[in-house]
Design a binder for this molecule. Structure first.
Ligand code: SAM
Length: 340
């Protein structure tokens, strides 16, 4: 299959930004423009370029014909719609931060910010963060409720992140231009984190126009394996760091890679790490991880093949998405485990 034929199988997805309006209002707006709401998107595409559908897995996601463009659309410019592939909506949906007063969420690798604004919408944009009170001599952490911290280490990408968050009208997000790995889990501000989303830099090999069939020679493949090993070591470090936060209960780790090296192998090593054993982290059961999605992790790549059922994979084109991988680590209840 060529990249073009794969791309033709991927609808143009837009996530309705519920910070600004409801899915029903968005559907009506598209109908009034001449689009027709149809049944679910099928692998062979919509019959008409004016058809659109509500996604069956992600609430607030709409699928349009692959030929439709929204980049210049006033709704996009106004932040009312977010251009986001379906698979890229899975991490925030699976992390499922509650819009409650006691949840504190970290997006550890945030720019350009699509998943951050998704988390913000799921939290119903609640809880204004004011980190420092400059009205007194010493910086004081002001009490606040439900809140979201978005880390981005790259300065340029941090600027993009801030622009995107402002356009998406995210009011409960505190963007932080820092390396997540330098943040102390004991820091009084961040130690309260209950949910962490990790979507670190990866090979990007699942993105349809970057697929790995371009690697032809053995030397190229050797170089690529070396690069993947380095990425995997960094990805594992990020998960182990997230597991050190004392209040964290749920950690989502995702990549847009198709390689087991960056996916199942990283998860496998994270489960065996000191941090996972000490913190009692396990993979969430399959019923908590997008249960209606059929494509799961690669069984042969896990120590316990059954663990693969807890992992979500997307095959580029074949699943009407880019290639993607998602896992959910949860802290298990020690007392209950002892009683079982
Ligand atoms: N989650 C983003 C989204 O959906 O819009 C995409 C994230 S992108 C795959 C990874 C980002 O993490 C890059 O912008 C990179 O600069 C940033 N990053 C990588 N390592 C980091 C670290 N240790 N701390 C903070 N940001 C990091």
């Amino acid at each position: 299959q060529t990249d073009d034929s794969r791309a033709a199988l991927i609808p143009r997805y837009i996530r309705v930004n519920t910070n600004c309006w409801t899915i029903d209002e968005a559907v009506q707006a598209f109908i009034s423009r001449g689009y027709t709401l149809t049944g679910p998107f099928e692998a062979n595409g919509f019959r008409f370029s004016t058809g659109f559908a509500k996604d069956e897995h992600i609430p607030d996601l709409l699928a349009f014909h692959p030929s439709v463009r929204f980049v210049d659309d006033p709704l996009y410019q106004a932040g009312k719609i977010i251009l986001q592939d379906k698979a890229s909506c899975f991490p925030a949906h699976i992390l499922a931060p509650p819009a409650r007063n006691d949840s504190v969420v970290i997006d550890a690798t945030a720019a350009p910010g699509n998943k951050t604004s998704h988390l913000c919408a799921l939290m119903r944009n609640r809880g204004k963060v004011t980190l420092f009170d400059w009205s007194v001599d010493v910086c004081v952490l002001k009490p606040c409720s439900c809140q979201l911290f978005a880390f981005e280490r790259d300065r340029k990408r941090f600027t993009t992140l801030k622009t995107m968050l402002s356009r998406a009208q995210c009011h409960n997000v505190e963007p932080v231009n820092s390396d997540f790995l330098t943040i102390s889990p004991e820091d009084p501000i961040f130690s309260r984190a209950t949910h962490i989303l990790l979507d670190p830099s990866c090979s990007g090999s699942g993105i349809v126009n970057r697929l790995d069939h371009l690697l032809e020679t053995e030397a190229q493949m050797d170089g690529e394996q070396d690069r993947l090993n380095k990425l995997a070591a960094f990805q594992l470090m990020m998960i182990r760091h997230a597991m050190k936060f004392p209040s964290v209960k749920r950690i989502v780790y995702s990549t847009c890679s198709i390689h087991a090296t960056e996916n199942e192998h990283v998860v496998r090593q994270a489960l065996e790490s000191e941090e996972a054993l000490e913190g009692h982290f396990k993979l969430a059961p399959p019923k908590e991880v997008l249960p209606l999605w059929n494509r799961r992790g690669l069984q042969d790549e896990m120590v316990h093949p059954v663990d693969a059922l807890s992992l979500v994979r997307c095959s580029p084109g074949e699943d009407a998405t880019n290639g993607f991988f998602v896992s959910l680590f949860v802290r298990t209840d020690r007392a209950r485990e002892g009683a079982d």
